[in-house]
Design a protein around this ligand. Structure first.
Ligand SMILES: NC(=O)c1ccc[n+]([C@@H]2O[C@H](COP(=O)([O-])OP(=O)(O)OC[C@H]3O[C@@H](n4cnc5c(N)ncnc54)[C@H](OP(=O)(O)O)[C@@H]3O)[C@@H](O)[C@H]2O)c1
Length: 349
Protein backbone atom coordinates (compact mmCIF):
# COMPACT_ATOMS: atom_id res chain seq x y z
CA UNK A 1 0.00 0.00 0.00
CA UNK A 2 2.72 2.37 1.09
CA UNK A 3 4.66 1.43 -2.01
CA UNK A 4 1.73 1.92 -4.32
CA UNK A 5 1.10 5.31 -2.70
CA UNK A 6 4.70 6.27 -3.26
CA UNK A 7 4.48 5.21 -6.88
CA UNK A 8 1.25 7.06 -7.41
CA UNK A 9 2.86 10.21 -5.97
CA UNK A 10 5.72 9.82 -8.41
CA UNK A 11 3.31 9.10 -11.23
CA UNK A 12 1.35 12.29 -10.42
CA UNK A 13 4.58 14.27 -10.26
CA UNK A 14 5.69 12.84 -13.61
CA UNK A 15 2.30 13.60 -15.11
CA UNK A 16 2.40 17.12 -13.68
CA UNK A 17 5.90 17.59 -15.02
CA UNK A 18 4.81 16.36 -18.43
CA UNK A 19 1.74 18.59 -18.24
CA UNK A 20 3.86 21.54 -17.11
CA UNK A 21 6.45 21.14 -19.80
CA UNK A 22 3.71 20.73 -22.41
CA UNK A 23 2.12 23.98 -21.12
CA UNK A 24 5.49 25.73 -21.07
CA UNK A 25 6.20 24.46 -24.58
CA UNK A 26 2.82 25.66 -25.84
CA UNK A 27 3.24 29.03 -24.13
CA UNK A 28 6.84 29.47 -25.39
CA UNK A 29 5.79 28.51 -28.91
CA UNK A 30 2.85 30.93 -28.74
CA UNK A 31 5.10 33.74 -27.45
CA UNK A 32 7.57 33.04 -30.23
CA UNK A 33 4.77 33.10 -32.80
CA UNK A 34 3.25 36.31 -31.38
CA UNK A 35 6.60 38.09 -31.16
CA UNK A 36 7.61 37.06 -34.70
CA UNK A 37 4.21 37.96 -36.18
CA UNK A 38 4.32 41.29 -34.32
CA UNK A 39 7.83 42.12 -35.52
CA UNK A 40 6.95 41.30 -39.15
CA UNK A 41 3.83 43.47 -38.84
CA UNK A 42 5.94 46.23 -37.30
CA UNK A 43 8.48 46.16 -40.11
CA UNK A 44 5.70 46.63 -42.65
CA UNK A 45 3.34 48.94 -40.73
CA UNK A 46 5.05 50.73 -37.81
CA UNK A 47 8.13 52.29 -39.45
CA UNK A 48 8.65 55.76 -40.89
CA UNK A 49 8.35 54.50 -44.47
CA UNK A 50 5.07 52.75 -43.54
CA UNK A 51 3.80 56.10 -42.22
CA UNK A 52 4.78 57.82 -45.49
CA UNK A 53 2.91 55.14 -47.45
CA UNK A 54 -0.16 55.32 -45.19
CA UNK A 55 -0.16 59.13 -45.25
CA UNK A 56 -0.76 59.13 -49.02
CA UNK A 57 -4.35 58.18 -48.19
CA UNK A 58 -4.81 60.84 -45.48
CA UNK A 59 -7.40 63.53 -46.19
CA UNK A 60 -5.46 66.77 -45.73
CA UNK A 61 -8.45 68.90 -44.86
CA UNK A 62 -9.27 66.65 -41.87
CA UNK A 63 -6.65 68.61 -39.93
CA UNK A 64 -7.48 72.02 -41.40
CA UNK A 65 -9.59 72.94 -38.42
CA UNK A 66 -9.66 75.83 -35.95
CA UNK A 67 -9.61 74.75 -32.31
CA UNK A 68 -9.94 78.15 -30.59
CA UNK A 69 -12.33 77.84 -27.64
CA UNK A 70 -11.71 74.10 -27.21
CA UNK A 71 -9.50 72.80 -24.42
CA UNK A 72 -7.23 69.78 -24.44
CA UNK A 73 -5.51 68.05 -21.53
CA UNK A 74 -2.41 66.09 -22.58
CA UNK A 75 -0.43 64.01 -20.10
CA UNK A 76 3.32 63.69 -20.68
CA UNK A 77 3.15 66.74 -22.98
CA UNK A 78 6.74 67.85 -22.42
CA UNK A 79 8.39 65.22 -24.62
CA UNK A 80 8.07 63.03 -27.73
CA UNK A 81 4.56 62.22 -28.95
CA UNK A 82 2.81 64.23 -26.23
CA UNK A 83 4.82 67.36 -26.98
CA UNK A 84 4.24 67.00 -30.74
CA UNK A 85 0.51 66.53 -30.08
CA UNK A 86 0.40 69.66 -27.90
CA UNK A 87 2.30 71.64 -30.54
CA UNK A 88 -0.04 70.53 -33.37
CA UNK A 89 -3.19 71.40 -31.39
CA UNK A 90 -1.76 74.71 -30.12
CA UNK A 91 -1.06 75.63 -33.78
CA UNK A 92 -4.78 75.24 -34.40
CA UNK A 93 -5.64 77.59 -31.54
CA UNK A 94 -6.68 75.04 -28.90
CA UNK A 95 -6.16 75.71 -25.18
CA UNK A 96 -3.58 73.23 -23.93
CA UNK A 97 -3.30 71.82 -20.41
CA UNK A 98 0.07 70.09 -20.21
CA UNK A 99 0.13 67.54 -17.39
CA UNK A 100 3.76 66.74 -16.63
CA UNK A 101 5.81 65.44 -13.72
CA UNK A 102 8.94 67.57 -14.20
CA UNK A 103 8.44 71.34 -13.82
CA UNK A 104 11.62 72.43 -15.62
CA UNK A 105 11.04 70.16 -18.62
CA UNK A 106 7.38 71.18 -18.75
CA UNK A 107 8.11 74.92 -18.62
CA UNK A 108 10.76 74.56 -21.32
CA UNK A 109 8.35 72.69 -23.59
CA UNK A 110 5.61 75.24 -22.85
CA UNK A 111 7.94 78.11 -23.82
CA UNK A 112 8.78 76.33 -27.12
CA UNK A 113 5.11 75.71 -27.91
CA UNK A 114 4.12 79.31 -27.17
CA UNK A 115 7.08 80.63 -29.19
CA UNK A 116 6.47 78.40 -32.20
CA UNK A 117 2.67 78.73 -32.35
CA UNK A 118 2.06 82.22 -30.91
CA UNK A 119 -0.69 80.58 -28.80
CA UNK A 120 -0.44 81.73 -25.17
CA UNK A 121 -3.27 79.51 -23.94
CA UNK A 122 -0.85 76.81 -22.84
CA UNK A 123 -0.87 75.85 -19.15
CA UNK A 124 1.41 73.60 -17.14
CA UNK A 125 0.11 71.34 -14.36
CA UNK A 126 2.55 69.30 -12.33
CA UNK A 127 1.46 65.73 -11.62
CA UNK A 128 3.28 62.43 -11.41
CA UNK A 129 0.81 59.90 -12.84
CA UNK A 130 2.37 57.13 -10.73
CA UNK A 131 1.25 58.85 -7.50
CA UNK A 132 -2.19 57.33 -7.30
CA UNK A 133 -3.81 59.53 -4.64
CA UNK A 134 -2.48 62.71 -6.24
CA UNK A 135 -4.06 61.83 -9.60
CA UNK A 136 -7.56 61.95 -8.07
CA UNK A 137 -6.75 65.10 -6.11
CA UNK A 138 -5.45 66.79 -9.25
CA UNK A 139 -8.58 65.89 -11.24
CA UNK A 140 -10.88 67.19 -8.47
CA UNK A 141 -8.91 70.46 -8.32
CA UNK A 142 -9.04 70.80 -12.12
CA UNK A 143 -12.82 70.35 -12.12
CA UNK A 144 -13.21 73.08 -9.48
CA UNK A 145 -11.05 75.51 -11.44
CA UNK A 146 -12.11 74.98 -15.06
CA UNK A 147 -15.59 75.07 -16.57
CA UNK A 148 -14.84 72.86 -19.56
CA UNK A 149 -12.57 70.20 -20.94
CA UNK A 150 -13.28 69.02 -24.46
CA UNK A 151 -10.53 66.46 -24.96
CA UNK A 152 -8.37 64.34 -22.67
CA UNK A 153 -5.29 62.72 -24.23
CA UNK A 154 -3.81 60.02 -21.98
CA UNK A 155 -0.30 59.96 -23.41
CA UNK A 156 2.13 59.61 -20.48
CA UNK A 157 3.45 56.09 -20.18
CA UNK A 158 6.45 54.29 -18.81
CA UNK A 159 8.44 51.08 -19.03
CA UNK A 160 10.36 50.13 -15.89
CA UNK A 161 13.53 48.06 -15.98
CA UNK A 162 12.80 46.64 -12.53
CA UNK A 163 9.78 46.37 -10.28
CA UNK A 164 9.21 49.36 -8.01
CA UNK A 165 6.23 50.43 -5.93
CA UNK A 166 4.69 53.83 -5.20
CA UNK A 167 3.71 55.27 -1.81
CA UNK A 168 0.43 53.33 -1.97
CA UNK A 169 2.32 50.05 -2.47
CA UNK A 170 1.22 49.69 -6.11
CA UNK A 171 3.60 48.63 -8.87
CA UNK A 172 4.68 51.94 -10.39
CA UNK A 173 4.19 51.28 -14.09
CA UNK A 174 0.70 49.83 -13.42
CA UNK A 175 -0.05 52.96 -11.37
CA UNK A 176 1.09 55.16 -14.30
CA UNK A 177 -0.12 53.21 -17.32
CA UNK A 178 -3.41 51.82 -16.05
CA UNK A 179 -4.73 53.02 -12.70
CA UNK A 180 -3.63 56.65 -13.17
CA UNK A 181 -5.32 56.80 -16.57
CA UNK A 182 -8.48 55.21 -15.18
CA UNK A 183 -8.68 57.60 -12.20
CA UNK A 184 -7.92 60.68 -14.31
CA UNK A 185 -10.45 59.71 -16.99
CA UNK A 186 -13.24 58.68 -14.62
CA UNK A 187 -12.80 61.80 -12.45
CA UNK A 188 -12.89 64.10 -15.48
CA UNK A 189 -15.91 62.43 -17.11
CA UNK A 190 -18.47 64.80 -15.49
CA UNK A 191 -16.51 67.81 -16.83
CA UNK A 192 -16.05 66.21 -20.26
CA UNK A 193 -19.76 65.40 -20.40
CA UNK A 194 -20.63 69.06 -19.76
CA UNK A 195 -18.37 70.14 -22.65
CA UNK A 196 -19.12 70.14 -26.37
CA UNK A 197 -18.00 67.18 -28.51
CA UNK A 198 -16.01 65.48 -25.71
CA UNK A 199 -13.32 62.97 -26.59
CA UNK A 200 -10.85 60.76 -24.74
CA UNK A 201 -7.83 59.41 -26.57
CA UNK A 202 -5.33 57.00 -25.05
CA UNK A 203 -1.90 56.45 -26.55
CA UNK A 204 -1.47 52.69 -26.28
CA UNK A 205 1.01 50.63 -28.28
CA UNK A 206 1.07 47.95 -30.96
CA UNK A 207 3.23 46.10 -28.42
CA UNK A 208 -0.03 45.08 -26.73
CA UNK A 209 -0.70 42.72 -29.65
CA UNK A 210 1.66 40.15 -28.12
CA UNK A 211 -0.32 40.05 -24.88
CA UNK A 212 -3.62 38.46 -23.93
CA UNK A 213 -5.45 40.30 -21.16
CA UNK A 214 -4.39 39.00 -17.74
CA UNK A 215 -6.10 40.08 -14.54
CA UNK A 216 -4.44 37.73 -12.06
CA UNK A 217 -1.16 39.58 -11.56
CA UNK A 218 -1.96 43.29 -11.84
CA UNK A 219 0.85 44.23 -9.45
CA UNK A 220 3.40 42.06 -11.31
CA UNK A 221 4.48 40.64 -7.97
CA UNK A 222 4.57 37.02 -9.12
CA UNK A 223 7.12 35.49 -11.48
CA UNK A 224 10.08 37.20 -13.11
CA UNK A 225 9.58 40.94 -13.76
CA UNK A 226 10.02 41.62 -17.48
CA UNK A 227 9.43 45.37 -17.81
CA UNK A 228 8.73 45.28 -21.57
CA UNK A 229 6.11 42.54 -21.25
CA UNK A 230 4.57 44.23 -18.18
CA UNK A 231 4.28 47.41 -20.28
CA UNK A 232 2.76 45.47 -23.21
CA UNK A 233 0.17 43.99 -20.81
CA UNK A 234 -0.68 47.50 -19.57
CA UNK A 235 -1.13 48.63 -23.17
CA UNK A 236 -3.54 45.69 -23.68
CA UNK A 237 -5.39 46.77 -20.52
CA UNK A 238 -5.68 50.31 -21.95
CA UNK A 239 -7.38 48.90 -25.05
CA UNK A 240 -9.87 46.87 -22.98
CA UNK A 241 -10.45 49.81 -20.63
CA UNK A 242 -11.23 52.08 -23.61
CA UNK A 243 -13.70 49.58 -25.07
CA UNK A 244 -15.44 49.23 -21.71
CA UNK A 245 -15.56 52.97 -20.90
CA UNK A 246 -17.00 53.63 -24.36
CA UNK A 247 -19.88 51.27 -23.54
CA UNK A 248 -20.75 52.98 -20.27
CA UNK A 249 -20.15 56.63 -21.21
CA UNK A 250 -21.90 56.98 -24.51
CA UNK A 251 -21.81 60.81 -24.57
CA UNK A 252 -18.04 60.76 -24.95
CA UNK A 253 -16.08 59.57 -27.97
CA UNK A 254 -13.31 57.23 -26.78
CA UNK A 255 -10.43 55.98 -28.87
CA UNK A 256 -7.09 54.29 -28.33
CA UNK A 257 -4.20 54.28 -30.76
CA UNK A 258 -0.77 53.02 -31.74
CA UNK A 259 1.66 55.75 -32.83
CA UNK A 260 4.02 53.39 -34.69
CA UNK A 261 7.70 53.04 -33.77
CA UNK A 262 8.77 56.55 -32.86
CA UNK A 263 12.18 58.02 -32.04
CA UNK A 264 11.62 59.35 -28.50
CA UNK A 265 13.54 59.31 -25.19
CA UNK A 266 11.28 56.50 -23.91
CA UNK A 267 12.42 54.17 -26.70
CA UNK A 268 16.07 55.25 -26.51
CA UNK A 269 16.19 54.70 -22.73
CA UNK A 270 14.00 51.63 -22.28
CA UNK A 271 14.96 49.73 -25.45
CA UNK A 272 18.48 50.88 -26.36
CA UNK A 273 19.25 47.88 -28.63
CA UNK A 274 15.99 48.24 -30.55
CA UNK A 275 16.58 52.00 -30.79
CA UNK A 276 20.12 51.55 -32.08
CA UNK A 277 19.23 48.98 -34.72
CA UNK A 278 16.01 50.70 -35.89
CA UNK A 279 17.09 54.33 -35.57
CA UNK A 280 16.91 55.14 -39.29
CA UNK A 281 13.47 53.56 -39.62
CA UNK A 282 11.79 55.20 -36.63
CA UNK A 283 9.05 57.79 -37.08
CA UNK A 284 9.49 61.39 -36.00
CA UNK A 285 7.43 62.45 -32.92
CA UNK A 286 5.21 64.49 -35.31
CA UNK A 287 4.50 61.39 -37.41
CA UNK A 288 3.86 59.40 -34.23
CA UNK A 289 1.45 62.09 -32.99
CA UNK A 290 -0.50 62.34 -36.26
CA UNK A 291 -3.26 59.84 -35.40
CA UNK A 292 -3.70 61.22 -31.85
CA UNK A 293 -4.07 64.72 -33.30
CA UNK A 294 -6.50 63.46 -35.96
CA UNK A 295 -8.58 61.69 -33.29
CA UNK A 296 -8.55 64.82 -31.11
CA UNK A 297 -9.52 67.43 -33.69
CA UNK A 298 -11.03 65.99 -36.87
CA UNK A 299 -14.71 65.72 -37.69
CA UNK A 300 -13.94 62.48 -39.51
CA UNK A 301 -12.74 60.70 -36.35
CA UNK A 302 -16.08 60.99 -34.56
CA UNK A 303 -18.00 59.52 -37.48
CA UNK A 304 -16.42 56.19 -36.39
CA UNK A 305 -17.85 54.24 -33.45
CA UNK A 306 -16.51 54.97 -29.97
CA UNK A 307 -14.04 52.65 -28.25
CA UNK A 308 -11.93 51.60 -31.24
CA UNK A 309 -8.20 51.06 -31.77
CA UNK A 310 -6.41 53.12 -34.46
CA UNK A 311 -3.22 53.14 -36.43
CA UNK A 312 -2.46 55.73 -39.11
CA UNK A 313 -5.98 57.24 -38.91
CA UNK A 314 -7.65 53.87 -39.51
CA UNK A 315 -9.55 51.55 -37.17
CA UNK A 316 -7.52 48.35 -36.96
CA UNK A 317 -7.80 44.99 -35.26
CA UNK A 318 -6.73 44.64 -31.63
CA UNK A 319 -5.44 41.10 -32.27
CA UNK A 320 -2.83 39.42 -34.45
CA UNK A 321 -4.24 36.57 -36.56
CA UNK A 322 -4.14 33.16 -34.80
CA UNK A 323 -2.49 34.64 -31.71
CA UNK A 324 -5.16 33.54 -29.17
CA UNK A 325 -5.20 36.91 -27.43
CA UNK A 326 -8.99 37.37 -27.30
CA UNK A 327 -10.48 37.73 -23.83
CA UNK A 328 -13.97 36.89 -22.65
CA UNK A 329 -16.51 39.53 -21.58
CA UNK A 330 -16.15 38.09 -18.06
CA UNK A 331 -12.38 38.68 -18.03
CA UNK A 332 -12.90 42.21 -19.33
CA UNK A 333 -15.49 42.91 -16.64
CA UNK A 334 -13.12 41.51 -14.06
CA UNK A 335 -10.38 43.94 -15.11
CA UNK A 336 -12.80 46.85 -14.77
CA UNK A 337 -14.03 45.70 -11.33
CA UNK A 338 -10.48 45.25 -10.02
CA UNK A 339 -9.42 48.69 -11.26
CA UNK A 340 -12.62 50.32 -10.01
CA UNK A 341 -12.08 48.77 -6.54
CA UNK A 342 -8.48 50.00 -6.43
CA UNK A 343 -9.56 53.47 -7.57
CA UNK A 344 -12.17 53.61 -4.80
CA UNK A 345 -9.54 52.72 -2.18
CA UNK A 346 -7.49 55.76 -3.15
CA UNK A 347 -10.31 58.24 -3.73
CA UNK A 348 -9.63 61.73 -2.38
CA UNK A 349 -11.83 62.66 0.60
N1 LIG B 1 7.87 55.89 -29.02
C1 LIG B 1 7.26 54.80 -29.46
O1 LIG B 1 7.73 54.09 -30.36
C2 LIG B 1 5.95 54.40 -28.85
C3 LIG B 1 5.30 53.29 -29.40
C4 LIG B 1 4.08 52.91 -28.86
C5 LIG B 1 3.53 53.64 -27.83
N2 LIG B 1 4.20 54.72 -27.32
C6 LIG B 1 3.55 55.45 -26.22
O2 LIG B 1 3.60 56.83 -26.48
C7 LIG B 1 3.45 57.54 -25.25
C8 LIG B 1 4.45 58.68 -25.22
O3 LIG B 1 5.76 58.16 -25.17
P1 LIG B 1 6.95 58.72 -26.05
O4 LIG B 1 7.41 57.62 -26.91
O5 LIG B 1 6.58 60.01 -26.65
O6 LIG B 1 8.09 58.89 -24.95
P2 LIG B 1 8.69 60.17 -24.21
O7 LIG B 1 9.16 61.18 -25.20
O8 LIG B 1 9.68 59.66 -23.24
O9 LIG B 1 7.43 60.76 -23.46
C9 LIG B 1 6.84 60.12 -22.38
C10 LIG B 1 6.15 61.19 -21.56
O10 LIG B 1 5.45 60.59 -20.49
C11 LIG B 1 5.86 61.25 -19.30
N3 LIG B 1 5.70 60.37 -18.15
C12 LIG B 1 6.21 59.14 -17.95
N4 LIG B 1 5.87 58.69 -16.73
C13 LIG B 1 5.13 59.67 -16.16
C14 LIG B 1 4.51 59.82 -14.90
N5 LIG B 1 4.59 58.87 -13.96
N6 LIG B 1 3.83 60.95 -14.66
C15 LIG B 1 3.76 61.94 -15.57
N7 LIG B 1 4.34 61.87 -16.77
C16 LIG B 1 5.03 60.75 -17.05
C17 LIG B 1 7.31 61.62 -19.54
O11 LIG B 1 7.75 62.58 -18.60
P3 LIG B 1 9.34 62.87 -18.41
O12 LIG B 1 9.79 63.63 -19.62
O13 LIG B 1 9.38 63.66 -17.16
O14 LIG B 1 10.00 61.53 -18.31
C18 LIG B 1 7.16 62.16 -20.94
O15 LIG B 1 6.61 63.44 -20.93
C19 LIG B 1 3.65 56.51 -24.14
O16 LIG B 1 2.39 56.15 -23.60
C20 LIG B 1 4.24 55.33 -24.87
O17 LIG B 1 3.92 54.12 -24.24
C21 LIG B 1 5.39 55.12 -27.81
Amino acid sequence: MARSCTWSVFRVKDEQRAELSATDFRSDTMSLYRNSAWFLKGMTEFTRSAFLTASKLFVEKDLEVAMAGRSFMITGANSGIGRATAMAIAKRGGTIHMVCRNKDKAEEARADIVKETGNKEVYVHILDMSETKKVGEFAEGFKRKYKALNVLINNAGSIMSQRDVNAEGLEKSFATNVLGIYILTKSLIPLLEKSADPRVITVSSGGMLVQKLRTGNLQSDRGRYDGTMVYAQHKRQQVVMTEQLAKTHTNIHFSVMHPGWVDTPAVANAMPDFHRSMKDSLRTPEQGADTAVWLAVSEAAITNPSGRFYQDRKMVSTHLPLAWTHSSPLEEQELMSLIEDLAKTFQPH
